[in-house]
Design a protein around this ligand. Structure first.
Ligand code: C5P
Length: 290
């Protein structure tokens, strides 16, 4: 018995850090958007244990992997063992939520494989224990995240928008990025018409924000440089995603996005064109190997 599940990447259309919390985390307000770009997990039933294999040499195989932690949580809820093959495409520590998405996919795969029928509310709670970015992947599409980012609400989906991703080629540790924020944080509270995001084409969005981008950009000047390149190459909006260092550009048309990704690759950068993925489409594509 086996289940194959796709684990989609995300970008943060907005990421605002509102304050520091007593639990050491930061109070966030973020609009997440899932992408068609994905990892793939094949999860096979085993009598006991959790064994992880991957196409990616650097992927942690032991208990530190969130996939393993997801299994440990569901073992307490009736799941038996699992052997997991991870086809890893989403770069590690890139701001695209790859590890969190793999964990969410593992929760869903085990729920299906062992017919646990845990239901979305419980899966959301278990996901939040694994990491702040896990629950958004259980919802998918355009998602509002508040609190640590793990309290998630589905927003009306955006119209599909072409996206170019550029990976600067190194990882950023999320705790470092949050720790590097100035004491004043961003200082000025902003009001957002969050629902206007959903009603409009991605390309005519109001200015997108990421409060972590200035601190990561200061340490890694390549970040603002790549953002400039994306805008030069016709992106309507460009931002860093999450704690970085991946940059994304939103494009008005697929052909423009594909051409921009090609131009970036020619200049030696790691870049690809993908598209935003709405909730219904994500749920349709989640299971199965096609
Ligand atoms: O929840 P997760 O384990 O993904 O968070 C990783 C780290 O990112 C936390 O240990 C914390 O340093 C930082 N973080 C934060 N505020 C958040 C989310 C993450 O400070 N809302």
């Amino acid at each position: 018995m086996a289940v194959t599940v796709r684990a989609f990447a995300k970008i943060n259309l907005t990421l605002e850090v509102l304050g520091r919390r007593a639990d050491g985390y930061h109070e966030l307000r973020s609009i997440y958007q899932t992408l068609a770009f994905h990892d793939r997990l094949r999860v096979e039933a085993r009598p006991r244990g959790c064994e992880i294999e991957s196409t990616h040499a650097e992927l942690e195989r032991g208990p530190a992997n969130l996939i393993h932690q997801a299994w440990r949580l569901l073992r307490l809820r009736g799941a038996k063992g699992a052997k997991v093959w991870v086809e890893k495409r989403i770069p590690l520590a890139a701001g695209l939520g790859g590890g969190s998405s793999d964990a969410a996919a593992m929760l869903l795969a085990l729920d299906r494989l062992y017919r646990l029928e845990l239901g979305l509310p419980l899966l959301l709670e278990l996901g939040a224990r694994l990491g702040a970015d896990v629950p958004l992947f259980l919802i998918g599409g355009t998602v509002l995240g508040v609190g640590r980012g793990s309290e998630v609400y589905p927003l009306p989906d955006l119209k599909p928008a072409p996206v170019v991703l550029v990976f600067p080629g190194f990882g950023v540790r999320t705790p470092w990025a949050f720790g590097a924020l100035p004491n004043s944080l961003t200082g000025r509270p902003r009001t957002h018409k969050i629902l206007s995001f959903a009603a409009q084409e991605a390309s005519v969005y109001p200015e997108l924000v990421n409060d972590l981008e200035p601190v990561v950009g200061k340490r890694y000047p390549v970040v603002p440089r790549i953002r400039g390149r994306l805008l030069e190459l016709g992106a309507r909006q460009a931002r860093m995603t999450g704690s970085g260092p991946t940059l994304y550009g939103l494009y008005a048309g697929r052909a423009k996005a594909v051409a921009a990704a090609r131009a970036l690759r020619r200049s030696g950068l790691q870049a690809l064109a993908t598209v935003t993925l709405a909730r219904r489409e994500l749920r349709r594509r989640r299971f199965g190997s096609s």
